[in-house]
Design a protein. Structure first.
Length: 529
């Protein structure tokens, strides 16, 4: 069978190993064959509700078998899934429902009761599929409702194939919206399949792997764990993550070989007492993306997990994944985000659009199969971010679209990239272009800092001054003056912060990333005084 579409990944594996476990929870195991049948029946049920090619269906569920099945089933019916993180508030969910023009909402019964006002006046929304039961009545919800179990039981497992191609939209991934309303990145079937193929290639995944799914499926990084599971025929342990103790409990119950996380997960997990032998005995690799993994923390994990490989990665939702650093290069390339993943090319271009020389800072531009289709319902923003590939031959009649990340980096003589910062976050201090990431690294090197965010504020003499907001590691006691004096010893003079602020914790967005925009606004508004 071909593997052009998302459903092909599941169907190929289900035909090959129908009885192999696919999704695991603390109380349930679902095989590939069972998942294939479930998604087929659900797809037929959605078609009976009027879902057709290109129709959007919003999934608003906790991490579960039902959430995973819904994503495949929606595309199997010809539709486009929109996974809305369960942590989103009512106004954000309403924006996603309205902006996407969703026809159907799939939601948990316990959540539906709080959405009566959210669901009023959405002309495209015609039906609600309710998962589970709740003692709380969904008063005020007037839309037609169908229980999940009823929809699945009535669905046929065999029905006519919906003709789709790999260039068709498969899903819309809405960003956290820290700078306003969430924006939707449209991903194609080709994007999802290529992402699964590329990542499983450099991680060396096999059917023997057991991945722990901690990150939400609404996050492209978390979604990729599901698609690679379908491609390779691995097992995926679904964890409803509330804190690092949930990771430890799952790792002690299941023989987990792969774990993906973002910096706040790694810092929180590092604060707990565990050893490789008692908790992560089977762990073959860990991966990090969604923010910098400070070298001091990398060293700590390599010491605590001596038989585990550490993969450092960089990517953006608009093109899924861009680079990875092989574990054997960590010592030689401290601070590097690596080279392009398989089937992608990364270009560095200066402000004139010309290729950068080694060690010259330029914007990261990505081309290849992972580049998404643009922003849903936003032509102007799509034109700004998705532009013709600057390396494309001028004689080609149709330009190839590449994604201009807005992120700046430089490359060493071997082509390994080193992240500098976002274009809109760079600090212009005393005539120097200061990288927030570089400033933050000095604080992480002290071993006292869990989180650090550097921002620029207006200054009459310097143009902009550096201000750093810091969250300390558990048990660390220090003062702002003492910490500033410690980092100042090694910093170039133009990088030295004018002031720092010590906080117990820093704001994060729905995906768990540091909310840099909110922190920057708070600094400018004098909240941290």
């Amino acid at each position: 069978m071909q593997r052009h579409l998302l459903v092909h990944l599941l169907r190929r594996t289900a035909e090959r190993t129908p009885d192999a476990p696919c999704l695991l929870t603390s109380t349930r195991t679902v095989t590939f064959g069972e998942l294939d049948g479930l998604t087929a029946r659900l797809a037929d049920g959605l078609r009976r509700l009027g879902v057709g090619p290109g129709d959007r269906v919003v999934v608003h569920l906790d991490k579960s078998v039902e959430e995973a099945a819904a994503l495949v089933a929606i595309t199997r019916a010809g539709g486009v899934f929109v996974d809305a993180n369960l942590q989103l508030r009512g106004p954000q969910l309403r924006h996603i429902l309205s902006d996407s023009g969703a026809r159907v909402l799939i939601v948990g019964a316990t959540r539906l009761g709080a959405l009566a006002e959210v669901l009023v006046g959405l002309p495209s929304l015609s039906h609600v599929v309710v998962v589970g039961e709740s003692a709380v009545p969904a008063e005020g919800v007037t839309l037609p409702r169908t229980p999940w179990a009823q929809l699945v039981e009535a669905g046929e497992q065999t029905f006519g194939e919906i003709r789709r191609v790999d260039a068709d939209p498969a899903g819309i991934i809405y960003t956290s919206g820290s700078t306003g309303a969430p924006k939707g990145v449209v991903v194609s079937h080709r994007n999802l399949v290529a992402g699964a193929e590329s990542v499983s290639d450099y991680l060396g995944n096999t059917p023997d792997d057991v991945l722990m799914s901690v990150l939400p499926f609404s996050f492209d990084y978390g979604l990729n764990q599901f698609t690679t599971t379908l491609l390779i025929g691995m097992r995926l342990v679904l964890v409803r993550y509330l804190g690092p103790a949930d990771i430890m409990a799952a790792a002690r119950k299941f023989p987990v070989t792969g774990l993906a996380g973002i910096p706040p997960i790694w810092t929180s997990l590092a604060d707990l007492p565990w050893t490789q032998a008692d908790t992560f005995a089977h762990l073959r690799y860990i991966t990090n993306s969604g923010g910098a993994f400070p070298p001091t923390l990398v060293d700590q994990y390599r010491a605590r997990l001596p038989s585990t490989r550490v993969f450092l990665m960089y990517g953006l939702t608009e093109a899924f994944r861009a680079t990875y650093l092989p574990p054997e290069e960590i010592d030689r390339r401290t601070g590097s985000i690596g080279k392009a993943i398989p089937n992608a090319e990364i270009l560095l271009v200066n402000d004139e659009g010309q290729p950068c020389k080694p060690r010259e800072i330029g914007q990261i531009v990505q081309r290849g199969a992972h580049v998404a289709l643009g922003y849903w319902n936003d032509v102007e923003r799509t034109r700004q971010r998705y532009q013709p590939n600057p390396s494309w031959p001028a004689s080609m009649p149709m330009p190839e679209q590449a994604v201009f990340s807005g992120d700046y980096a430089w490359a060493d003589e071997d082509g390994y990239l080193y992240f500098v910062g976002r274009r809109d976050e760079m600090i212009k201090c005393a005539g120097f272009r200061v990288s927030p990431t570089e400033v933050e690294d000095y604080f992480h090197r002290t071993g006292k800092v869990k989180d650090a965010v550097a921002v620029g504020v207006s200054h009459p003499q310097l143009g902009q001054a550096v201000v750093v907001v810091v969250g300390l590691n558990a048990g660390v006691e220090t003062t702002e003056a003492a910490l500033l004096a410690e980092v100042e010893r090694d910093m170039p003079r133009y990088m030295v912060p004018q002031r720092i602020h010590l906080l117990e914790s820093l704001p994060r967005n729905a995906n768990g990333k540091l909310d840099r925009s909110a922190i920057g606004r708070a600094v400018l508004d004098g909240v941290y005084a």
